[in-house]
Design a protein around this ligand. Structure first.
Ligand code: ADP
Ligand code: ADP
Length: 235
């Protein structure tokens, strides 16, 4: 078993009779602390895999386990980031990064008491991604690359054991994307969480991941699994 373990998963959208068979016999196993990437053509079921591993949907057949527990609802130890950072424009970058803490901690008195430690956590993360001093800027005052850096901070504010990334760098220009790869490697080296990155970009997968899974389409399943063994420059 591993930290994220999907076994013989079969998932059909819209009813098993006349629905879309998205995944058929998907097996994926990611160890604790590992950086995994999943690549495959559009429609092969990458987003479906993300939703399964975070417990947003459950399969008709097969098992999904995270941290040795069968997943049956939203996985609280998971952080998520997507292509679109979707920051709230009326909140500062720092306040956006802290947002998930407020959602799970709605009691105002407790929030006020914990505020200083929340701010410190958010500022530490912003520093780690090269955004020290940008916390008071609004998201729309930041470049796309900087917004995605802040987005990664927001996904990590809970100190999640599992980070799920769905094409997080897909909307960035080639230069900025490669800068963000370095940022991602730094974060992983520093925090040691388990990552599953879903991407179209094989070069990105090979650069970032310890293990690359390749999916086929219709129906989606893993057709190749490779360890990435060559030496890459350490961040
Ligand atoms: P990818 O992320 O690799 O592009 P998805 O996981 O989004 O693939 O989709 C896998 C398959 O399931 C596709 O054929 C897609 O059209 C279908 N699909 C995804 N979401 C839904 C849905 N909510 N309802 C019906 N079909 C869906
Ligand atoms: P990134 O640094 O995220 O790759 P860019 O390449 O667009 O984004 O920005 C290059 C540099 O310009 C940034 O690292 C930052 O130092 C500076 N910069 C960009 N936008 C702003 C801004 N709104 N305020 C201050 N500095 C900025």
């Amino acid at each position: 078993t591993g930290f994220v373990d999907l076994r013989n998963v079969r998932l059909t959208y819209g009813g098993t009779a006349d629905g879309t068979l998205a995944l058929d016999g998907l097996d994926i196993n990611v160890k604790k602390g590992e950086f995994a990437a999943v690549v495959g053509p559009s429609g092969c079921g990458k987003s479906t895999l993300m939703k399964l591993a975070t417990g947003l949907i459950t399969p008709q057949e097969g098992t999904v386990e995270v941290a040795e527990k069968e997943v049956s609802g939203p996985v609280s130890i998971a952080g998520m980031a997507f292509q679109n950072p979707s920051m709230l424009p009326w909140r500062t970058t720092l306040a956006n990064v802290m947002l998930p803490l407020e959602i799970v901690q709605p009691h105002r008195s407790k929030l006020r008491r914990e505020k200083a430690s929340y701010v410190a956590r958010a500022e530490d993360l912003l520093k780690l991604v090269g955004l020290a001093g940008f916390g008071e800027k609004y998201p729309w005052q930041l470049s796309g690359g900087m917004q995605q850096r802040a987005n990664l901070c927001r996904a990590l504010i809970h100190d999640p054991a599992l980070l799920m990334l769905d094409e997080p760098f897909g909307a960035l220009d080639a230069f900025t994307r490669e800068e963000l790869w370095q940022v991602m490697r730094n974060l992983h080296a520093e925090k040691g969480f388990t990552v599953i990155l879903v991407t179209h970009d094989l070069r990105e997968a090979v650069y970032l991941a310890d293990k690359v899974f390749v999916m086929s389409a219709r129906p989606g399943r893993i057709i190749k699994e490779r360890e990435v063994t060559f030496e890459r420059p350490r961040p």
